[in-house]
Write a protein that binds this ligand. Structure first.
Ligand SMILES: NC(=O)c1ccc[n+]([C@@H]2O[C@H](COP(=O)([O-])OP(=O)(O)OC[C@H]3O[C@@H](n4cnc5c(N)ncnc54)[C@H](OP(=O)(O)O)[C@@H]3O)[C@@H](O)[C@H]2O)c1
Length: 288
């Protein structure tokens, strides 16, 4: 039975992977968060890999506080860059395939058409820079990797835009939301499904000894695009909440970290190679 190690398992994506694991019962899973496996501790990771010997490691562990990272630079790089490096080194030693999650924030947002995997990153925040550094470590250390960049992740767990909007609506009658940043929401359950689909296909490719070089970087989000304002509007519509929602420009909502003004991800590569069907963001929000 193939073994899967999930790091950062108490986060949004980690929890969603646990939620769907009964649909993929052909695997033995181990879910660990920082208490059990700190990805900043290379010795601890090596010991863990020595004992468990995973076939796949899904790294969902990350420093995700985008604004806080502007001050907490060292911590962001420790987790997002060095943590990724540590995992890549252990994966290399134990012949483990690493599935690492990255972000649309590696891009500067200057494009006006969806970002392809071949577009060169140019992060404009510490968080984005730390995630890009992590990607580069993995690319240089470990041939057997999948880096999956995603965007605007939400789930029933942790903190995310959907939960924030619903919480604010409990006490406010009016809300102002930015309408000039364009991207695509991603239901973390859809991302979890996509990851497990890729792992299953990977095993199939290997069994058939198909010589395609399918390792590398992929983009995954839901289909379509919207502004944060459009996203908020849909969240309230879907939940039958009446609220006075006002569109505002980014300049009226200053944050410590700069965000890309446009970060829609092109999913042609992942859909072509892995035969994935990607749900529209509005459709997926309804099932949330
Ligand atoms: N959230 C988004 O909108 C978004 C968008 C694009 C890409 N992503 C990427 O998607 C992935 C999953 O995101 P998510 O929203 O599920 O993240 P999350 O909810 O913040 O979960 C990350 C988990 O990693 C843990 N962690 C932090 N430092 C660790 C360490 N040194 N060792 C082990 N675990 C550690 C966290 O613990 P603590 O909570 O105790 O810190 C948390 O449980 C991340 O790589 C993120 O960069 C997220």
């Amino acid at each position: 039975m193939k073994k899967i190690l999930v790091t950062g398992s108490l986060g949004q994506l980690g929890k969603c992977l646990q939620d769907i694991s009964n649909q993929y019962s052909d695997f033995e899973y181990k879910y660990v968060d920082i208490d059990e496996l700190d990805i900043c501790d290379s010795k601890q990771i090596l010991d863990f890999f020595h004992d468990f010997k995973p076939d796949f490691c899904i790294n969902t562990a990350a420093y995700t506080a985008v604004d806080k990272a502007e001050e907490d630079t060292q911590k962001a790089f420790d987790v997002n860059a060095n943590g990724a490096k540590n995992l890549a080194e252990s994966c290399l030693e134990y012949n483990t395939v690493l599935i690492h999650i990255s972000t649309d924030f590696v891009f500067d947002g200057a494009k006006t058409t969806p970002y392809k995997e071949s577009d060169f990153p140019n992060p404009i925040s510490i968080y984005g820079a730390s995630k890009w550094e992590g990607e580069k470590h993995i690319q240089s250390i470990l041939p057997k990797h999948f880096i999956i960049r995603t965007s605007w992740l939400y789930s029933p767990y942790g903190s995310n835009f959907v939960k924030t909007m619903l919480r604010l609506a409990e006490t406010r009658t009016e809300l102002s939301v930015v309408n000039d940043q364009i991207g695509t929401p991603t239901n973390a359950l859809d991302l979890a499904e996509a990851i497990m689909h890729m792992i299953s296909k990977h095993i199939l490719f290997e069994q058939r000894k198909q010589g395609i070089d399918f390792y590398g970087t992929y983009h995954f989000s839901n289909e379509g695009y919207c502004s944060w304002f459009d996203f908020a509007k849909k969240i309230f519509e879907t939940n039958n909440i009446k609220i006075n929602l006002k569109p505002i420009p980014t300049s009226n909502y200053p944050t410590p970290a700069k965000r890309p003004i446009y970060s829609v991800l092109d999913k042609t590569k992942i859909t072509n190679i892995f035969g994935l069907e990607v749900k529209n963001w509005e459709e997926s929000l309804k099932t949330h």
